[in-house]
Design a protein around this ligand. Structure first.
Ligand code: F6P
Length: 540
């Protein structure tokens, strides 16, 4: 367990003092003073080039941040995570997702058990099932090949698979189509199943607990949808389950032979590379899924072995913390310049905000500083014509992560060049801005000058890879996972629990009972009024 963060410690105090020395310092000046700055503040690993030179940092900032990481025993805590220790204290579990992508033969023990053989057994089960669908040896109840896969799941049992399906669009298995039902809004199910033929549709019910209200409700709906068209006996050919809860899968009436398991040491938001990735494997094939896992593993190895100063997740985690705790930044923008990464910001929202949205430390005491930033974003260049105005000229400091690829996935190379030119230009504009003098020299009318000044000094990271391949995607996800871990260790919080989602779930159950008239719970005046209004006006 980590010790509480001490903001009176000399390192924290030094960082606060160091922050003061940044008043009046400009990135223009820093780049002028050090022509090698781009080389000095960049690093590369697992096919990802990290340019962090456009951050409000110098070698002293990094020295202090590294000292903070060491004071917080980051290396020791990292070893504990990879050793399968129960670092998720509040749930009494390990956070052992790294074992999900360990190569066969590697020994990774938690609670004295080497879990890698079990992991590979499930991967082999997934691979055999995937091949049987692709090759048509597994068919629907009427004998038709399965062509449409619907993953029913929410949160970590949805966001990763959907993100990966879109991100790996260029690697899709011919003829397969994946769709996703997460929201309990009936419109989702209706929309997703519209124009689908039940005879060629397979549902994957993905839920770690197999108790989540949204998923169980949608799973029941799917059962009706299949049995109404194909009869009760069709269930066995059109449903499989991914879960840690064998009993609940059985109780749902599903054959556990077609259940793909995982373990309580896999957190929901860290599970896209577990059996929760079954839809991904079906979507892109066994080989590409294996390559995705290899990318994850490469980043795990980098995180474990690279010196902190060249360690991509450590650098990114500490930079995020620098702005969060020393510059008062409340948010961080994720800006992929890749249509195929459209759902990456949403994926990172759960990963980062569910992990580090905590206000007490591992001892249960209030944390002395702000923790997880608000994560948001959209693909470029769409965002440029929407919210970038505020990033460039607003009053808030918003550190940005730009993510781009040198090679296009689409055959439209001219467009890719424009896309990448925009990415590089945005980082340049944010860092260096445009001064009043430059505007005047261009002949801009004096009255317009104040409105057209760009202050610059707005920090950004650029992550550049050659192409959006399966291993690159794996490395990218693991990079952010370990960056989240790094930040959580500094703050001394449990990044692997999510108690904050519980209260709303419990209250919703009570309100459902109130709506159905099976109970009558006392509520505050506002809640009562909303409930009454809903009941009066909901229609038949
Ligand atoms: O409500 C939050 C949460 O518990 C997430 O952490 C999890 O990813 C999601 O719900 C789905 O849970 P399950 O996989 O058990 O259905």
């Amino acid at each position: 367990m980590s010790t509480p963060l001490n903001t009176s410690s000399s390192v924290w105090q030094d960082l606060q003092q160091h922050r003061q020395s940044w008043e009046g310092v400009t990135l223009r000046q820093l780049f002028h003073d050090d022509p090698q700055r781009a080389q000095h503040f960049s690093a590369e690993a697992c096919g990802l080039y990290l340019d962090y030179s456009k951050h409000l940092i110098n070698s002293e900032t990094l020295r202090l941040l590294m000292a903070l990481a060491r004071m917080r025993r980051l290396e020791e805590r990292r070893t504990a995570m990879f050793a399968g220790e129960q670092i998720n204290h509040t749930e009494g579990r390990a956070a052992f997702h790294a074992a999900l992508r360990a190569p066969k033969g590697r020994v990774m023990r938690t609670a004295g058990v080497d879990v890698v053989p079990e992991v590979h057994k499930v991967l082999e089960h997934m691979a055999a099932f995937t091949r049987s669908i692709h090759e048509g040896t597994w068919r629907g109840a009427t004998g038709q090949p399965i062509r449409k896969i619907i993953n029913i799941g929410i949160g970590g049992s949805y966001l990763g698979p959907e993100m990966a399906w879109k991100a790996l669009r260029a690697y899709r298995h011919p003829g397969m189509e994946l769709r996703f039902v997460a929201n309990v809004d009936g419109a989702t199910f209706t929309d997703v199943t519209a124009n689908l033929d039940p005879a060629e549709t397979l549902f994957i019910i993905s839920s770690k607990t197999f108790t989540t209200l949204e998923t169980m409700t949608n799973a029941q709906e799917a059962r009706h949808w299949i049995t109404a068209a194909l009869g009760e006996a069709a269930v066995a050919r059109h449903f499989v389950a991914v879960s840690t809860n064998t009993e609940a899968v059985k109780a749902f009436g599903m054959d556990t032979e077609h259940m793909f398991g995982f373990w309580d040491w896999v957190g929901g938001r860290y599970s896209m590379d577990s059996a929760i990735g079954l839809s991904t494997m079906l979507g892109v094939g066994v080989e590409h899924f294996t390559a995705l896992l290899a990318g994850f593993h490469a980043m795990d190895t980098h995180f474990q072995t690279a010196p902190l100063e060249q360690n991509l997740p450590v650098l990114m985690g500490l930079l995020a913390l620098w702005y969060n705790n020393f510059w008062g930044a409340q948010t961080q923008a994720i800006l992929p310049y890749a249509h195929d990464l459209a759902r990456f910001p949403a994926y990172l929202q759960q990963l980062q905000m569910e992990s580090n949205g905590k206000s007490v430390d591992e001892d249960g005491h209030p944390v002395a500083v702000d923790t997880g930033a608000i994560i948001w974003g959209e693909p470029g260049t769409d965002g440029q014509h929407s919210f970038y105005q505020l990033i460039h000229q607003g009053t808030r400091l918003i550190p940005c992560d730009f993510i781009g690829f040198c090679q296009p996935l689409s055959p439209l190379a001219k467009q890719h060049e424009l896309l990448m030119a925009n990415l590089i230009a945005q980082a340049e504009a944010l860092a260096f801005g445009k001064t009043a003098e430059e505007l005047r020299a261009e002949g801009v009318a004096e009255a317009q000058v104040p409105f057209r000044v760009f202050s610059g000094n707005r920090p950004s990271t650029v992550l550049l890879a050659d192409a959006l391949t399966p291993p690159t995607l794996g490395a990218l996800v693991a990079l952010y996972e370990h960056s989240v871990f790094t930040q959580g260790i500094i703050w001394g919080i449990d990044s692997f629990d999510q108690w904050g989602v519980e209260l709303g779930k419990v209250l919703a159950q009570r309100i459902v009972a109130d709506m159905r008239g099976t109970a009558s719970h006392p509520h505050d005046a506002s809640t009562m009024a909303l409930l009454q209004r809903y009941l009066q006006r909901r229609g038949a």
